[in-house]
Write a protein that binds this ligand. Sequence first.
Ligand code: KG4
Ligand code: ZN
Length: 387
Amino acid sequence: MYILAIETSCDDTCAAVLENDRVLSSVISSQTDLHKDWGGVVPDIAKRAHQQRIHPVVMTALKRAYKTLSPSPFPLTGQGENKSLDYYMKQIDVIAVTKGPGLAISLSVGVNTAKELAIKYNKKLVAVNHIEGHILSNLVKNKNGLPERLIEYPALALTVSGGHTKIILINQDDKFQNSLNPSPSKEGAPLDREAANGKYIYEVVGETLDDAAGEALDKAAKLLGLGYPGGPVIEVVAEKGETNFLRLPKPLADKKVLDYSFSGLKTSFYYQIKDWPKEKVNQHLADLAASFQEAVFESLIRKFKLAVEKYQPKTLLASGGVLANHNLRKKLRKLAKETKTPLFMPVKKSLNTDNAMMIGMAGYFKALKNEFEEDIEKLDRDPRMKI
Ligand code: KG4
Ligand code: ZN
């Protein structure tokens, strides 16, 4: 099954082509340069940029997928490099698109493009939840079918990005097996549909009550004059800093609560440095970045650990933009070791931050379950879509 996936939920214009769960191509057109002077994503600017970029991004993804499949299994070979959109679209079986959650006017661009293509080329369409995409980014395989990962249930997922921070328990409906692990047989025979047709049940067991963790890092970076997006800069600046330079609160200390709260951290950080002259802030930049980052990560790990103790999962999954951070990855590995639970994290940076590979992956599972949109014309974005 060839899947064209489209993702425009925030400020990256993304398209990817997958053959089942294997990525043939992925294009991410970042808008960071357009937003950084504003210290955050400006919806109107994001929308316009998505509109200008989505068609070239889709075309590039299709072309690259074609090149990856060399020698091409597509029927019309030998026509040179520059084939038309019509040609490439003929080879696609399913279009997957992010329906939500995200910025409404950004989501619209992807959804409308997917609808246009599906109607024009008479393709099946699946609408994907962005957060499910982040969870399943852990199962995306390269063109050689690697890595092979086996998820055992119940599994516990931590998704941490600029828009959300959630702990999600994943269980399987007992009637079905292998739902997150449908793999084609070695000979490349058709998938075992029955095994792949499983149901998995997501239950949000903890989530942020205010800011997302990535959002908190972005806000702290802004306060420190470090630019946007803040997470990656804070990571670099914090490297040589003292993590206990500032005393910051431990949010929601109650052990029964699995939720997060980052706005108190941000406020405490702000009040502690607001009267400092610029020189003093600059002098202690590394310590300030390290203290704030540590407070955010300590909280992420503390609550995730409580959830692990409570639900005793057999597999841990972590994903989302903030997982690009080496320090956080290290802390999660330590937790996995302590609790003797296998942990999966996306294998490369571009799978952590927003991308269309993960949307294709989620779309693939939906397609296996025949969860196609019945009335494509009626499909609409859902900025507050629940998982
Ligand atoms: O998943 P993502 O690309 O988009 C959303 O769905 O929100 O996540 C973006 C977030 C931003 O807040 C960004 O600062 C953060 O991920 N981020 C990082 C790093 N790279 C991106 N946070 C900490 N360390 C990083 N290396
Ligand atoms: Zn995201």
